[in-house]
Design a protein around this ligand. Structure first.
Ligand code: BTN
Length: 267
C-alpha cells in the first residue's frame, strides 16, 4: 500500500536548508526503507558528501546497539542517519557518539521545555528514567583510519503507546512536552548541534563540550554495573568519551564501550 510522508517531516529539508548548516544537506526523505543507516552506508560507498542525511517515515529493519532491533511505528518516530566524513583514528569514535547524543538531548530538551532530559552514557537519551531516543554509530574504515561515520538516530516523537515489553522503559517527546511537537524542528535542532560541535570534538576531544556533558550526565554518582558484571559508582566522562567508574576499593577505571546498567538500591 502506498503512503506519504507526513507534513511535519516533509518540510524538514526546507527548514534545515534555511538554517544553512553543512550537516543535514542534502537531505533525502524516504517513505520507507529497511534502515536509514544502510542507506547512509550505501551513500558513503557511492561518494555521498559529508553531511548528507537520510530520513524515513518508516523503517522495516531498523537496528539498535548491541544487535537489537529498533522498532518504530510509521509516522510516530524520527529516524534518520547522517554521513560524517572525518579522517580520524578509531579511538575518536566514542566522542562522536557522545556529541551526537548531546545534540539529540539538547533538541529533545528544546521540544519539551521543563522536562529533565539527560544523557545515559554512551548515548541513550532519557526523560524521567525512560528512554526517548538512541544513537547507533557505525564506522567505515580505510586501513587503520576511520574514513566515514554513519550517525543513526531514533527518537520517539509522537508515540503515545508502546508495546507491553517497552511500556515502563520508553517514553516519547509528545508524552513529556506541553506543546505540540514537530519532527522537522527536532531534526533541524539535532543537526545544528552536530554541525556546531562535531569537528571541534573530533579535532580536540570533548573538552569544549565537557560542561554540557556533566550537566546532562544521567549516571554521575549512581551505582552502575557493566556487561562483565563489574560494578562501581559512575564518576563522569573523560575527554576521550570513556565512562569513569570508581570501584569499591577506590580505584577509578575507564570503561570504553558496552552496556551500562543502573543498579537500583546500590546492590
Ligand atoms: C539504540 O538505542 O540502540 C540505538 C538506536 C538507533 C536507531 C536508529 S533509527 C535510524 C538509524 N537506522 C537504524 O537502523 N538504526 C538507527
Amino acid at each position: 500500500m502506498k503512503f506519504r510522508v507526513a507534513p511535519d517531516l516533509a518540510r524538514a529539508p526546507e527548514l534545515v536548508a534555511a538554517r544553512g548548516n553543512a550537516v543535514g544537506q542534502p537531505m533525502i526523505v524516504l517513505a520507507t526503507t529497511p534502515s536509514t543507516n544502510d542507506e547512509a552506508k550505501r551513500g558513503a560507498r557511492q561518494g555521498a558528501a559529508h553531511g548528507t542525511t537520510w530520513v524515513a517515515e518508516e523503517q522495516t529493519e531498523g537496528r539498535g546497539r548491541q544487535g537489537r532491533a529498533w522498532v518504530s511505528s510509521r509516522g510516530e518516530s524520527l529516524v534518520f542517519s547522517v554521513l560524517i566524513r572525518v579522517g580520524c583514528p578509531p579511538s575518536r569514535l566514542p566522542t562522536i557518539a557522545l556529541v551526537a547524543g548531546l545534540a539529540v538531548r539538547d533538541a529533545v530538551a528544546r521540544a519539551a521545555p521543563g522536562a529533565s532530559v539527560v544523557l545515559k552514557w554512551p548515548n541513550d537519551v532519557l526523560v524521567e528514567g525512560r528512554k526517548v531516543a538512541g544513537v547507533l554509530v557505525e564506522a567505515m574504515t580505510a586501513g587503520r583510519k576511520v574514513d566515514a561515520v554513519v550517525v543513526g538516530v531514533g527518537i520517539n516523537v509522537h508515540t503515545r503507546q508502546f508495546p507491553d515489553d517497552l511500556g515502563d522503559r520508553a517514553t516519547s517527546v509528545a508524552l513529556v512536552a506541553t506543546e505540540p511537537v514537530d519532527r522537522a524542528e527536532i531534526l533541524a535542532d539535532t543537526l545544528a548541534g552536530l554541525d556546531r560541535d562535531l569537528h571541534l570534538v573530533v579535532a580536540r576531544g570533548l573538552g569544549l563540550v565537557h560542561a554540557r556533558l556533566v550537566a546532562a550526565d544521567a549516571l554521575a554518582g549512581r551505582r552502575v554495573r557493566g556487561e562483565s558484571g563489574d560494578a562501581g559508582t559512575a564518576a563522569g566522562i573523560d575527554d576521550e568519551g570513556r565512562l569513569k567508574v570508581r570501584r569499591d576499593d577506590g580505584t577509578v577505571e575507564r570503561w570504553t564501550a558496552g552496556e551500562v546498567h543502573l543498579v537500583e538500591n546500590g546492590g
